[in-house]
Design a protein around this ligand. Structure first.
Ligand code: FES
Length: 82
């Protein structure tokens, strides 16, 4: 499945970047350019990073703590923080 349509980057490619040490969307972008054009894929990349055990997005955690995140985002942030 494509994560970044602007650069035709698949979820598998993002996971390869994570396996190679990327822990932030910027580091993922450094390896495959995902997220460097329109930016609409960055949240998905952040979610993949969270599921891979990498550092969760601090903004998402804060939004969840303040009750500002959408229910699924709050749930995801809580899972990552646990
Ligand atoms: Fe990834 Fe546009 S979809 S930068």
């Amino acid at each position: 499945m494509y994560v970044c349509l602007c650069h035709a980057v698949t979820e598998q490619r993002v996971r390869e970047e994570i396996a190679n040490g990327a822990t932030t969307p910027r580091q993922v972008a450094g390896g495959c350019r995902a997220g460097t054009d329109c930016g609409s894929c960055v949240r998905r990349i952040q979610a993949i990073l969270g599921h891979e055990g990498a550092r969760p997005c601090p903004t998402a955690r804060l939004a969840a703590r303040l009750g500002l995140a959408a229910p699924e985002e709050a749930e995801e942030a809580a899972e990552v923080a646990a």
